[in-house]
Design a binder for this molecule. Structure first.
Ligand SMILES: NC(=O)c1ccc[n+]([C@@H]2O[C@H](COP(=O)([O-])OP(=O)(O)OC[C@H]3O[C@@H](n4cnc5c(N)ncnc54)[C@H](O)[C@@H]3O)[C@@H](O)[C@H]2O)c1
Length: 455
């Protein structure tokens, strides 16, 4: 059957819109209907945001199932989504699921070709992705998609399985879908700033998410496992720490602009005024990533109060400077090129936005448009390998800072330390994979002392 979008494409461009993959493999479109159904696994801030972004697309998609491990998170997210999308949220009590197995029940509500949104802490990504592939579901999953090298390798293998089943998989590195950054990258690849030799990226802000934890945050009656899950940015096994969770965007953006992954890195990092905090994060990090051609990416991350804040990304070439990010994941005032190495307005040679009032489309919107277009047009779409590579390259920088060693990609990609083996077998009653000592403190990285493991 030719759906509406295929019909329009055929009319507009005479394009052969049915891909070879589509001819050879089952068509994984929502069976019997063009309306895509969604299930949300992980009903927190981003999960609600991603479901909303999806439901604002044409179609429009409909949310039919939700899963979480905390009732209040699921209820809060459900209320907010129903208020905004009254006619697109159809999640009665019997399709709201709780517990570590809830992902299965939510995905069981979908038909092959529907979309599951995976927005739990990343420790669970491979477990949920594996089941989505078994069920023949298309997937949108948030970054990072792994927390260490073994889970990264597992995700790459799963990504290949998804390809074989012609499933479409989007990964929430949304800046790659930002139209302004795509155009900027094309300019760089065409040589507009000459040869890229240095990149600088910054994520410096006050404490964010659940990255800093002190003992008073333990809730009466909550198990150790659920305490850690509720504070996931604080624990490496759950999130890869604040480093992986916050910094992946900036590191991936630079690698994408240069169209290369680094071959090695070294890094520094430390804890400063941490008082009674018991999380595993450092307060600041600096990583020097080194590329095969000798170019460098200098990444600066800091999560402290009362200091200079910055969130930006710059690419320096032999002929000029490209600005990929300025203060936001949205394009905002970035997407510009200057002759020379300064952001000197009189030397601006290119800008994606053509006037002061023009606003670029949201990358969060575009990542859903691109995924849903690929599903409806049955085009190949699988962002897993680069999502895993970005997650692992980020983790490599974190590993270098936490151990104090220079690390090559060859070494890191084969690193054997899996933080939490058996995460697929957890139940609400399980012990936590990470144990506190007799003072209630968790192991923190000790660079130079612990050299081959982060803790
Ligand atoms: N692309 C972006 O700009 C962006 C922004 C924010 C967050 N994120 C990513 O989204 C993910 C979630 O982050 P968040 O800020 O929404 O966190 P959050 O704590 O608000 O939400 C996570 C939700 O997952 C639930 N959960 C935890 N373990 C679960 C499990 N095993 N099964 C089912 N539910 C489970 C939690 O109870 C919580 O409701 C992270 O990977 C984060 O990096 C991406």
């Amino acid at each position: 059957m030719m759906n509406r979008r295929k019909f329009l494409h055929t009319l507009e461009g005479g394009l052969a819109v049915t891909s070879l993959a589509g001819l050879a493999l089952p068509h994984v479109h929502a069976a019997g209907s063009d309306q895509i159904q969604l299930a949300l696994v992980g009903c927190g801030g981003r999960g609600g945001g991603a479901a909303a972004d999806a439901m604002m697309q044409s179609g429009p998609p409909k949310l039919v199932a939700m899963a979480d491990v905390f009732e209040h998170k699921l209820a809060g997210s459900h209320n907010a989504l129903v208020n905004k999308f009254t006619h697109q949220v159809d999640v009665p009590e019997e399709r709201r699921f709780l517990g570590f197995d809830s992902y299965k029940q939510a995905m069981d509500c979908l038909k092959p070709g529907d979309v599951v949104i995976l927005t739990t802490p990343p420790a669970f990504r491979w477990v949920h992705f594996k089941y989505a592939i078994e069920k023949g579901l298309n997937v949108f999953m948030e970054k990072p998609i792994c927390v260490d090298a073994p889970t990264g390798r597992r995700m790459i293998a799963l990504g290949e399985e998804a390809k074989k089943k012609n499933l479409k998989v989007g990964v929430g590195l949304m800046m790659r879908h930002c139209r302004g950054r795509r155009a900027l990258r094309e300019q760089i690849q065409r040589g507009a700033i000459g040869e890229v030799h240095t990149m600088r990226s910054y994520r410096m802000q006050g404490p964010g998410g659940s990255a800093f934890t002190d003992p008073s945050m333990r809730k009466e009656g909550m198990s150790e496992l659920m305490f850690q899950v509720s504070r996931f940015h604080s624990f490496l096994w759950l999130s890869g720490g604040l480093f992986s969770d916050f910094y992946i965007h900036h590191i991936d953006e630079a690698c994408w602009m240069k169209d290369a992954w680094p071959i090695k890195c070294h890094a520094v990092g430390a804890r400063h005024y941490r008082g009674e905090n018991i999380d595993q994060n450092f307060d600041n990090y600096q990583v020097e990533y080194i590329y095969e051609d000798g170019a460098r990416l200098f990444f600066y991350g800091r999560t402290m109060m009362g200091m200079k804040n910055e969130s930006s990304g710059f690419i320096h070439g032999t002929k000029g400077l490209a600005v990929a990010s300025l203060g936001s994941h949205h394009l905002a005032k970035a997407g510009r090129i200057y002759a020379g190495q300064n952001m000197d307005r009189s030397k601006e040679t290119w800008s994606f936005l053509k006037g002061p009032d023009e606003v670029a489309p949201s990358p969060y919107d575009m990542e859903w448009k691109d995924l849903l277009d690929a599903i409806r047009d049955d085009q190949p779409y699988n962002e897993v390998e680069r999502g895993a590579r970005a997650s692992m390259v980020t983790a490599m920088g974190r590993f270098a800072a936490h151990t104090g060693q220079e690390v090559t990609w060859e070494e890191y990609q084969n690193n054997p330390h899996e933080f939490a083996p058996g995460v697929d077998k957890l139940t609400l009653e399980s012990d936590a994979p990470l144990k506190a000592d007799e003072h209630g403190k968790y192991p923190v990285p000790e660079p130079g002392l612990k050299r081959d493991r982060e803790y």
